[in-house]
Design a protein around this ligand. Structure first.
Ligand code: DAH
Length: 339
């Protein structure tokens, strides 16, 4: 009888300490389960005299019932405290607002530029950011003594390698990889040893364009660029082709658009000229075809290259290129409308 009393004491303590239904079930199994302590005592009843057996058997049965109802009670207690916690959460409160990210303005700009050219039948190609001097300069008809090749201007790596200073080497790679006729744009990062100021950054983005066929004229170049400018900046913009020089095109032209702020009359934004320069362009130089292993007598092409930051400054009306790289949340968050 003392043993039974001790069991009940231990059992009471253990179920009150049980913190979960699992723990509670374990205690239950230990005492009143099939292989539990009570069942072992039931088995020992056989060793008692008939008189004792009856008496002890009754006590054992009572104990078993007590324990089972204690388990039930404790279980209900646990469940009701759980619903109490659930009821403590006010599901009618408004939720916490989630912070939504946004696309970076340069990515928005790149996407728009790419979409326009894709709609004109251009395909997107890429080239490596680490280039050889051959692809970055030589093949583009820029000889060893060309001023742009100065150590001061480019990030040189181990012998013969540098970070590409423009996307134009992609022209050579496209000519080597694709069979004319083709129309490609080559977007990507470029690097120059410029100090950061309002209009310069040592890393920036360009979109290169190259169209090659057996017959291409300046008219094709002008038509393509005019469609592009009107789509990106609006139909009221004027486009002007100003004669210029690039080693890899002949003839070459810089493309200006009428200033969107003064409408071409001249203001501070356009340096009182009424025009804003947006890209370089021209007809592919025969040496470029030759250097890419193509026959310049059989092919013609036009090419262009534009700076994405510069165009984004104009489209969004941003005064300083550095804002693109400072990751200021207040600045970036304004572009959420483009999500
Ligand atoms: N690569 C020139 C630059 O980085 C831009 C350029 C000019 C690209 C004329 C062209 C082009 O494809 O035809 O300044």
């Amino acid at each position: 009888m003392d043993e039974l009393k001790k069991y009940l004491e231990d059992f009471t303590k253990e179920i009150s300490q049980a913190k979960s239904l699992d723990e509670l079930n374990r205690v239950k199994g230990k005492y009143v389960g099939r292989k539990g302590l009570l069942n072992r005592l039931f088995q020992q009843l056989a060793q008692l005299s008939p008189e004792e057996r009856k008496n002890t058997g009754r006590k054992l049965n009572q104990l078993k019932q007590t324990m089972e109802s204690m388990v039930k009670e404790r279980m209900q207690q646990m469940q009701s405290s759980r619903t109490k916690i659930e009821n403590a959460v006010d599901i009618t409160l408004p939720g916490k607002k989630q912070w939504l990210g946004s696309y970076h303005p340069l990515l928005i700009m790149l996407d728009q530029i790419i979409a326009i050219f894709k709609s004109l039948g251009f395909r997107v190609e890429t080239g490596p950011e680490i280039e050889t001097e051959h692809y970055n300069f030589e093949a583009l008809n820029m000889p060893e003594d060309h001023p742009a090749r100065d150590e001061q201007d480019s990030f040189y790596l181990d012998s013969g390698y540098l970070l590409r200073t423009h996307t134009s080497p992609g022209q050579i790679r496209a000519l080597q990889r694709l069979t004319p006729p083709f129309k490609v744009i080559i977007p990507g990062k470029c690097y120059r040893r410029d100090a950061f100021d309002a209009s310069h950054s040592p890393v920036f983005h360009q979109v290169e364009g190259l169209v090659v066929a057996d017959s291409i004229s300046m008219g094709d170049l002008k038509g393509t660029i005019e469609v592009f400018v009107r789509r990106l900046f609006g139909p009221e913009r004027k486009v002007r082709f100003r004669p210029s020089y690039f080693p890899f095109t002949e003839p070459s032209a810089e493309v200006d658009i009428s200033c969107g702020i003064c409408g071409g009359k001249g203001c501070q934004s356009c340096g009182y000229s009424g025009w804003l320069e947006i890209m370089g362009s021209g007809l592919v130089h025969p040496n470029v075809f030759r250097n890419a292993g193509c026959d310049p007598d059989k092919l013609r092409g036009f090419a262009f290259g534009m700076g994405v930051e510069r165009i984004a400054l104009l489209v969004f009306g941003i005064p300083d290129i550095r804002w693109f790289f400072e990751n200021d949340i207040q600045f970036l968050d304004q572009f959420r409308i483009f999500r």
